[in-house]
Write a protein that binds this ligand. Structure first.
Ligand code: HEM
Length: 487
């Protein structure tokens, strides 16, 4: 009996000691890490964070940033997402190596759209090589020939407008940009013979990228079925075009040709399937972003007479120097127009949140001087739409003021490289930025020189529900062809 009693006492003591030890260890561990963890958005357990996020990331940021500062975490179901807001804390976000902060996991949802064997479906070493192909296809020498085609497309498109009339500028610019992108990126065959087929297939691809696709890219829903069918059909079309070019020996100056001619470091040429995937990726990266930006630029210019006069003045000056000649180098001289586009893009970056997956703990010092550890396993996020309007970086941040970028002010530079992040920056900064500016400048140069324009609908609202955030409403504009060009 004594023996049994002893056994119970000993077992009891052992359990008690284990519990005390576990408590001490867990207390030590928790206090050790939580001491430095970023503040959490306070929300109901499990779905509270998600509910806040579903109101829209910018609404959430506007509520939480004043309370929690520029580094904080929100729990979205089981995933912690840590926001780093502003140039003071976003260095690591933009500069970290792929092994520390990667894109692959968070941008996986693009794989069924872009297709197999490209971009987020391949290891970083291969992706780096594919991004080298992008860089080569967007070199200045190539841009020069793309610009000639951009100008031709704009001339052809606006030649179809009458002497005067009313148009929805948003619709018009979307169409012109897809035509231009087809010409410069997808190539002559698509632009001249297959434009209708290819743009309707792209439409199905586009409509297959929904907010739900970010979490469940393979969910068996009709939009995903149409996306997959369209992707397959596009692969067939491009395979034929690529084979046709190879057999005929025809060489064109478009991105398609550049991708066909690209070679990996080991000498392997790109496959037809890779070329197709890279072209789709380029179109997805550049089409909506550019058409949205050209529409915002128009909406701001036509509602801010001061800046409209400045860009018209600049056109006169440029024409004095170059006459009607318009090419890459002439467009490059248009600094006023550049600043007007850049300011529209500061206020309305189409990619409102950028994401990375964290593979290694790192420390950031928040604006208030506190150090926080961002643990491995968190998703790390930053927001161009929110950061671009920080009042300690941009004076009167909600005001359209292109002169803020002019020499002497340069508000985009004073707080360092990552103050203005509409094109991202650092390791993964946008490779298409010069292409985008040239395209938007070519379009607006043509419009400014040839038409008097008047905005007749209210200033448009933002379409926060779109994957690439754009202009919600129609942008109705009355135009009248100028009797004489501006000079
Ligand atoms: C106004 C137009 C555009 C905007 C606002 C824009 C914005 C961006 C942003 C914010 C990123 C960084 C994404 C991240 O860090 O996660 C990015 C990356 C990229 N963009 Fe653009 N983009 C535009 C036009 C274009 C065009 C026209 C092209 C190509 C023709 C293009 C090709 C790319 C590529 C290839 C990357 C990936 C770079 C990398 O990860 O190394 N973009 N863009």
């Amino acid at each position: 009996m004594d023996f049994i009693q002893n056994m119970y006492v000993q077992a009891g003591l052992l359990i008690l000691a284990t519990m005390i030890l576990a408590k001490i260890v867990s207390t030590l561990l928790c206090s050790g890490s939580s001491k430095n963890l970023p503040p959490m958005v306070s929300a109901w357990p499990i779905i509270g964070g998600l509910m806040k996020f579903l109101k829209g990331p910018i609404v959430m940021l506007r509520e939480e940033y004043p309370k929690l500062g520029n580094v904080f975490t929100i729990k979205l179901l089981i995933k912690n997402v840590t926001f780093l807001i502003g140039p003071e804390v976003s260095q690591h976000f933009f500069k970290a190596t792929e092994s520390d902060l990667s894109q692959q996991e968070v941008y996986q949802f693009n794989v069924p759209t872009f297709g197999p064997g490209v971009v987020f479906d391949v290891d970083y070493s291969v992706r780096q090589e594919q991004f080298r192909f992008f860089t080569e296809s967007l070199r200045v020498s190539k841009l020069k020939s793309y610009v000639d085609q951009m100008i031709l497309e704009a001339e052809g498109y606006f030649a179809k407008w009458g002497e005067e009339g009313v148009v929805d500028l948003k619709y018009e610019l979307e169409h012109l940009i897809i035509l231009t992108a087809s010409r410069c990126l997808l190539g002559r065959e698509v632009r001249d013979q297959l434009f209708e087929d290819v743009s309707s297939l792209f439409h199905d691809l586009d409509s297959g990228m929904l907010p739900i696709s970010v979490v469940f890219p393979y969910l068996p829903i009709p939009a995903h079925h149409r996306r997959d069918k369209a992707r397959k059909k596009l692969a067939e079309i491009f395979t034929k075009i690529i084979q046709g070019r190879k057999q005929s020996g025809n060489v064109e100056s478009d991105m398609l040709q550049s991708f066909i001619d690209s070679k990996y470091k080991d000498g392997r040429p790109t496959t037809e399937s890779e070329v197709t995937g890279l072209l789709i990726a380029a179109l997805f990266a550049g089409q909506h972003t550019s058409s949205i930006t050209s529409t915002w630029t128009g909406a701001y210019l036509l509602s801010h007479k001061k800046y409209l006069s400045s860009v018209l003045e600049e056109q006169k000056d440029v024409k004095k120097r170059h006459g009607d000649k318009l090419d890459h180098d002439v467009l490059a001289e248009m600094d006023v127009l550049y600043r007007c586009i850049k300011e529209a893009l500061r206020l309305h970056p189409p990619l409102i949140v950028l994401l990375r997956s964290n593979h290694r703990d790192f420390t950031v010092t928040a604006k208030d001087g506190k150090d926080y550890v961002i643990p491995k396993g968190h998703v790390v996020a930053t927001s161009p739409a929110f950061s671009n309007r920080l009042p300690h970086i941009f004076k009167n941040p909600d005001t359209y003021d292109p002169d803020r970028f002019a020499p002497g002010r340069e508000e985009d530079k004073v707080a360092g490289a990552f103050s203005y992040i509409s094109f991202g920056g650092g390791r993964h900064g946008c490779l298409g930025e010069p292409f985008a500016y040239l395209q938007i400048k070519a379009i607006w140069t043509h419009l400014l020189r040839n038409f008097e324009l008047e905005l007749i609908s209210p200033f448009p609202e933002i379409d926060w529900n779109a994957m690439v955030v754009g202009v919600k409403d129609k942008v109705m504009v009355r135009y009248r062809r100028r009797p004489l060009s501006v000079d």
